[in-house]
Design a protein around this ligand. Structure first.
Ligand code: DHB
Ligand code: FE
Length: 281
């Protein structure tokens, strides 16, 4: 046991640090015309909301206080990835012909333990959850299998917590990088995660409660699939019939991303086959 408990602020702080290290697309020049167009429209959309709802000074001050608190709680990565990222993902992947994408969320870490063809994700001896075999083939758009494609995989545990973001979980628990075998196949042995509750002890939870929304995401697996000369796809997979599959707070479920697991051939747990076709780069 650890004396620390998982909190939104704790997971949020770690997610903020991880994001800052990644410094995604931070370099580069500012295109003044682009900033003008996007910032102008964003502000104008907000102005319109204020007029339409006749926002009061009390409500404006509550908004200011809440925005300050999101930063203090370290929850900008969580908030943005839950409520905004799904539209960015839709736009980014609109022209793909192959595998369907979904949001990355705040809990990806590169550099997970690697294996080729088949392997078991690092997990605790007493890891809770139904044993689960996730397998498939990575191909190009014509269906030709890709040898040495990378399936970078991460997921929450059975309590909804991610290693490296919640305390007391071994560093690489339920994370791993599987390279496909010569025939393009991968087999990842893991456990089925449980539905995930957006941390509710911080600013994001305060908004969800104040608005009468619910804080749940359906149980999901995360992955990034890539190969030389192909576009990397970031996606998530869900479980047929799972709670919140039809009502994800992050609006990141698509019909093509819902898995239909069957009893495992090994006799223990469940398995599913799901293939990825990669678009050319
Ligand atoms: C968040 C958490 C996730 O696991 C995810 O996939 C997307 C968003 C979040 O807490 O913001
Ligand atoms: Fe997640």
């Amino acid at each position: 046991m650890t004396s620390e408990t998982a909190t939104a602020a704790g997971s949020g702080r770690n997610a903020t640090e991880t994001f800052q290290k990644k410094a995604r697309d931070a370099a580069g020049t500012v295109d003044t015309a682009r900033v003008d167009a996007v910032a102008r429209d964003a502000l104008s959309a907000l102005h319109d909301v204020i007029r339409r709802h006749r926002l009061t000074y009390a409500e404006y001050d509550a908004l200011k206080a809440w925005l300050i608190r999101v930063g203090q709680d370290g929850e900008w990565p969580l908030f943005l990835d839950v409520f905004i990222e799904h539209v960015v993902e839709d736009v980014a992947n609109a022209d793909r012909k192959g595998a369907v994408g979904s949001i990355e969320g705040p809990y990806y870490v590169s550099g997970g333990p690697e294996f080729t063809g088949e392997g078991t994700l690092p997990m605790r001896d007493d890891e809770a959850g139904t044993p689960f075999l996730f397998q498939g083939t990575v191909t190009d758009l014509d269906g030709t299998p890709i040898d040495g494609a990378v399936v970078d995989f991460w997921q929450a545990d059975d309590a909804g917590y991610y290693s490296q973001f919640a305390p007391g979980i071994p560093e690489w628990n339920l994370r791993g990088v599987c390279r496909t075998a010569a025939d393009g196949t991968f087999k990842i042995h893991t456990i089925k995660p449980a539905p995930y509750m957006i941390p509710h002890d911080g600013a994001t939870g305060a908004l969800i409660e104040a608005a009468g929304w619910h804080p749940w995401r359906p149980a999901h697996l995360h992955l990034k699939v890539s190969a030389p000369g192909k576009q990397l796809i970031t996606s998530q997979l869900y479980f047929e019939g799972g709670e919140y599959v039809g009502d994800d707070v992050a609006q990141a479920v698509k019909p093509d991303l819902v898995l239909h697991p069957v009893p495992a051939e090994s006799g223990t747990g469940e398995q599913v086959t799901y293939d990825f076709a990669l678009d050319p780069a």
